[in-house]
Write a protein that binds this ligand. Structure first.
Ligand SMILES: [Zn+2]
Length: 152
């Protein structure tokens, strides 16, 4: 059982705050905040109702999906031998250090190996990507591109 939570409720306007104050931040009345105990609700409003499935480690089949070479030896080495299908890798570094260049080279290399790939940029326009690709001599690769800033 969790301990009850205390809040402060304005006796004038009903505003609730977790911190006591001499003056209500909502209506501006003085000395109207009264300590109120609130009992925690038994269940969160959106309780998960779908069932889950427990798996035994010993019964999980190996996918057998091998890592795929990025075509860049040093990147493959850092990734532990290449890109693992269905994995997420965060590439970070200072601005201008070459993240976009590296990833564009990698994407072009994957497409060359007939591995489906989508290059999504939230920072550069399609023309900027094309300019970079031409500079890297991969501008003629049929790499699907998307310039989009809204994740959904
Ligand atoms: Zn108030």
């Amino acid at each position: 059982m969790s301990k009850p939570k205390t809040i402060f409720r304005c006796q004038t306007c009903g505003h609730e705050t977790v911190k006591w104050s001499g003056r209500c931040p909502a209506c501006g009345a003085w000395n109207t905040l009264a300590e109120t105990r609130i009992e925690k609700q038994d269940k969160p409003a959106e309780l998960r109702t779908s069932s889950v499935e427990i798996s035994l480690l010993s019964e999980i089949a190996q996918s057998g999906e091998a890592r795929r070479s990025t075509g860049i030896d040093e990147l493959d080495r850092v990734l532990g031998g290449g890109v693992m299908p269905a994995s997420v890798v965060l590439i970070s570094g200072d601005p201008g250090i070459g993240k976009s260049t590296l990833l564009l080279q990698m994407a072009a290399s994957l497409v060359r190996q007939n591995i489906s790939c989508l290059y999504v940029s939230g920072e550069e326009s399609l023309k900027q990507i094309k300019t970079r690709a031409d500079r890297l001599a991969v501008g003629n690769i049929a790499l699907p591109l998307l310039a989009e800033t809204e994740l959904a």
